[in-house]
Design a protein around this ligand. Structure first.
Ligand SMILES: NC(=O)c1ccc[n+]([C@@H]2O[C@H](COP(=O)([O-])OP(=O)(O)OC[C@H]3O[C@@H](n4cnc5c(N)ncnc54)[C@H](OP(=O)(O)O)[C@@H]3O)[C@@H](O)[C@H]2O)c1
Length: 192
């Protein structure tokens, strides 16, 4: 059975933003250990990436190979190529067509969409954002596991991940991993 993982990028106060903090904007020739763990090491394993419309369009604009910038490091190019070739599911009522290769548009209840994807052939499924879609996964505990990339910032603004829940959600901690810029990766499995 395909596994559904949600990637959650949050500040310490649970906001879905990418604030600046020491080291966060340092250009790097080599991929960081956390980025390698969260993406590179999963290139073969994850064959479908699910995103809300805004996140999907933002990723296409910023991270497809067409958006490559001169002098960029090789590891970023590899990430762009992965995103181009992986199957992408864009959730949207408004969008009817897309120009990003290997993409399709679905709409409806998120739990039903994820169940449908799970029944299809393929490797594992990654819910990559944005915060609205991930928040629904958390609220309804729709993923099999969660990777929380926690940035060392109490930001006080931006979309909240945590709010009212359908029911208590208790998770099983599988792994913690510190980042070189004081982030921490928390990997939890859902308890079913
Ligand atoms: N910190 C993070 O984790 C993170 C990650 C990625 C992106 N971002 C940033 O967050 C912003 C976008 O996040 P967001 O939360 O505002 O938007 P989002 O989740 O990317 O997209 C929301 C849109 O997805 C569509 N959608 C969601 N669920 C659906 C469903 N079940 N069926 C049909 N359509 C569905 C709707 O589009 P329609 O109106 O077309 O129906 C909705 O307006 C971007 O600026 C991006 O840079 C942050």
């Amino acid at each position: 059975m395909r596994k559904i993982t949600a990637n959650v990028y949050m500040t310490l106060d649970g906001r879905g933003e990418f604030p600046k903090y020491p080291g966060s904007e340092r250009p790097s020739e080599d991929v960081s250990a956390l980025f390698r763990h969260m993406w590179y090491d999963r290139f073969d394993d994850v064959t479908t990436v699910v995103m809300g419309r805004r996140s999907f369009l933002g990723h296409q604009r910023t991270w497809s190979e067409k958006a490559v910038r001169p002098g960029e490091s090789k590891w970023l190019l590899a990430y762009r190529r992965y995103l181009d070739r992986v199957e992408k599911v864009c959730l949207s009522h408004r969008l009817k067509t897309t120009t990003w290769e290997n993409s399709r548009i679905l709409h409806g209840d998120l739990a039903r969409i994820l169940t449908k994807l799970k029944r299809e052939e393929g490797g594992n499924i990654l819910v990559e954002g944005g915060p609205a879609v991930v928040r629904e996964c958390l609220r309804r505990n729709l993923a099999d596991d969660y990777w929380f990339f926690v940035m060392p910032v109490v930001y006080g603004k931006g979309p909240r991940y945590w709010g009212p829940m359908d029911a208590q959600c208790t998770l099983d901690l599988l792994e913690t991993k510190p980042g070189e810029d004081k982030e921490i990766l928390l990997h939890y499995a859902a308890i079913r």
